[in-house]
Design a protein around this ligand. Structure first.
Ligand code: MN
Length: 160
């Protein structure tokens, strides 16, 4: 099953200008943060890994200073081509609203494992620079079941 099946199923590519995309063979580690003026404004952090962009919707944005923890809700993997996407998703379509690139750059792995719900990494963007962590919620699983697997915290550990 394609890792992009959920992404593609949610969108009508004759209506939206978002890329349909495919699994990439690139080994690069780029990242983008989209500013997404959907029903409510949020920021989408996307990390290039394993041929896709692993993606989180961060309602209040990725923190620029250490000591601030923000909710990051994991969403469907996006195609690597989405890293350059900006534009307006039409009214009535999934994610309708304007999408702008808020920051982009490269990231480096430090330690941990996304599959296991904990990773440390460096961001090297224009705005976001430094050591970060993404940690999946543990405690809520027995209350919220599958849904809780989507809830992570993102925080900045330190400047470089
Ligand atoms: Mn979004």
């Amino acid at each position: 099953m394609s890792a992009l099946k959920e992404y593609q199923a949610k969108r009508k590519f004759n209506k939206t200008t978002e890329p349909k995309g495919e699994i990439s063979e690139s080994e690069s580690r780029r990242f983008v943060v989209h500013e997404h003026h959907a029903r409510s404004l949020h920021y989408d952090l996307r990390l290039e890994t394993e041929g896709v962009l692993k993606s989180w919707a961060v309602p209040k944005g990725v923190p620029e200073e250490p000591g601030v923890k923000r909710l990051a809700v994991q969403v469907e993997d996006h195609p690597v081509g989405y890293i350059d996407f900006s534009g307006i998703i039409p009214e009535g379509e999934y994610g309708a609203g304007e999408v702008k690139i808020w920051d982009k750059g490269e990231w480096d792995y430090i330690e941990g494992d996304l599959e296991k719900g904990s990773i440390k990494f460096n961001l090297r963007g224009e705005k976001l620079k430094g050591e970060y962590a993404l940690v999946r919620f543990k405690d809520s699983s027995r209350f919220a079941g599958e849904a809780s697997k989507k809830n992570w915290l993102i925080f900045k550990i330190k400047e470089h």
